[in-house]
Ligand binder design. Structure first.
Ligand code: 13P
Length: 338
């Protein structure tokens, strides 16, 4: 696969009016989500839940790709059809989470660095053979007193660059995700500064590691006040700050930017994306790669009756896909989505 093929896949991922559904929770994270709704975290419940999501009728209308966890990439529907085949039939590209999660960064209490580079070349080979077309790696940047350190930002971006280079070598599109967490009481200006510093470090590292930006996707966090900050910015402010930050730090050769929801409400995640797109045109398509903001309504419904509520839960998935697909065009309104 040459770089042109990677660029084609990247463009498909951010096709107009389409975005990504992130269902790549590790078994530890999905257990937390299941615990929250009283569902036992067994392999079969995880499989049934992901089957419900992936078999949502017409999901491909607004969803270009789905990020899966290792276990999910290998699973099948109850009737025995591989999830990757279900996705292919719906025109949805399979993605795979390839990082192994954050661990404490030695020497920097409270900060983390993402692990998973050892053996990644081999794992990527297998993921490609299983049908994955893009791969995600999430770095976590925490804002706090004297945090993040430059060392933490650079260690995480160095790892992102090494993973992205390995992805391109393996013929799979890297979706690079430096997430600046919403946890804390910091204001939006602080989030701006940290996000800009992180993105600058990221693109510096990607350049140094010979990563071809045309064959990548950026998964970004929005510039937004911390969850516990008394002063919350409105949608216009979030959109303006995020756009200014992206323009300052992300090269125009990047084929697309998708946002994580990061703990925003469903309504905020959609409204922020919509306002940003209304402020266009921009150098890149701006779309979504939401986890919680795509799934939370469906998870609650499904959990109440996992065999009986499948269609009702899928309706919410389809609605969230439609709403966010419209927001990716700057055309969302409650009335239109309904
Ligand atoms: P959220 O949208 O729930 O933040 O999840 C997206 C994701 O993939 C985080 O890595």
């Amino acid at each position: 696969m040459d770089i042109q093929d990677l660029a084609d896949i990247a463009r498909q991922m951010v096709a107009p009016g389409k975005g990504i559904i992130a269902i790549d929770e590790s078994n530890k994270t999905i257990k937390k989500r299941f615990d929250g709704v009283g569902i036992e975290c067994t392999e079969d419940n995880r499989r049934a839940y992901r089957e419900m999501l992936l078999t949502t009728p017409n999901l491909g209308d607004h969803i270009s790709g789905a990020i899966l966890y290792d276990e999910t990439l290998r699973q099948s529907t109850k009737a025995g059809k591989r999830f990757v085949d279900v996705m292919a039939a719906a025109g949805i590209l399979p993605g795979i989470k390839v990082d192994l999660g954050p661990v404490g960064l030695a020497g920097f209490p409270g900060e983390v660095v993402t692990e998973g580079l050892d053996g990644l070349r081999q794992r990527l080979k297998e993921y490609v053979s299983l049908g994955a077309r893009f791969a995600k790696w999430r770095a976590v940047i925490t804002i706090g007193e004297d945090m993040p350190s430059a060392a933490c930002i650079d260690a995480n971006c160095h790892a992102l660059a090494r993973y992205a280079a390995l992805c391109q070598e393996a013929g799979i599109v890297p979706m690079v995700e430096p997430e600046v967490l919403m946890d804390g009481d910091h204001d939006i200006e602080t989030c701006y500064d940290v996000t800009e510093a992180t993105l600058r470090s990221l693109y510096n590292a990607l350049y140094e590691h010979n990563v071809v930006l045309e064959g990548t996707i950026l998964k970004a966090s929005m510039v937004i006040a911390g969850k516990d900050c008394e002063e919350q910015a409105d949608a216009e402010e979030v959109a303006e700050a995020t756009l200014m930050c992206l323009r300052a730090a992300v090269p125009a050769s990047v084929p697309g930017i998708v946002f994580l929801s990061g703990g925003q409400s469903d309504a905020d995640a959609t409204a922020h994306l919509n306002v940003m797109n209304q402020m266009g045109p921009h150098p890149w398509p701006l779309s979504f790669s939401y986890g919680r903001a795509m799934q939370s309504a469906a998870l609650k419904l499904w959990a109440r009756d996992i065999a009986g509520n499948i269609a009702a839960a899928q309706e919410t998935v389809a609605l969230r896909a439609r709403e966010n697909g419209l927001a990716a065009l700057g055309k969302w309104s409650k009335e239109l989505a309904a």
